[in-house]
Write a protein that binds this ligand. Structure first.
Ligand SMILES: [Cu+2]
Length: 166
């Protein structure tokens, strides 16, 4: 009886933990409102065992295409739970077609192939991304994405200088 109660508590804690940060719910509205003619294109190369570049900065509320290029010999993953929950996803595209979904959990790119993510960064913050294939993260296959909020969280302080009087 006690054992079952413990399992229930652990299960509800796990659910609560996952629900802490939701994916962006108004993604379709944000995607529709964006000016995709201003889309910026940024590429990440995946090899054994690194992402190049491994540090990226995106501006919130701007449309982007992130091109994931596997230029290595092995399959590689691009996984970032935080980043995937911080963006409004428009679509995922490859040479074979495109996929529309409310959010991503993992992207795998085969050697010599490309997968493109179309999205709008929404929530500012630092998000680690990794390759989840056994041994790849341990060998350094990770990076960081920073999303910068376009507007400062608080109003910028008034200038401290006084107007000179003539
Ligand atoms: Cu990998």
């Amino acid at each position: 009886m006690m054992k079952r109660a413990y399992i229930l508590i652990i299960a509800s804690l796990l659910i609560a933990g996952c629900a802490g940060v939701e994916y962006v719910k108004d993604a379709p509205e944000r995607v529709k409102a964006a000016d995709w003619a201003k889309m910026q294109i940024i590429s990440i190369s995946m090899t054994e065992h690194k992402f190049t570049p491994s540090e990226l900065v995106f501006k919130a509320d701007m449309p982007y295409k992130l091109v994931l290029k596997n230029e290595g010999r092995d399959m590689h993953y691009f996984v970032s739970e935080g980043f995937f929950r911080a963006i409004a996803l428009r679509k995922v595209q490859s040479i074979s077609g495109e996929v529309k979904a409310p959010y991503l959990t993992a992207v795998e790119v085969y050697p010599g192939h490309i997968i493109e993510l179309y999205f709008i960064p929404v929530r500012g913050g630092n998000y680690e991304f990794i390759c989840t294939i056994a041994g790849h993260l341990e060998n350094g296959m990770k990076g960081n994405i920073r999303i910068e909020n376009s507007k400062p969280a608080s109003p910028s302080p008034a200038p401290s200088y006084s107007t000179p009087s003539y």
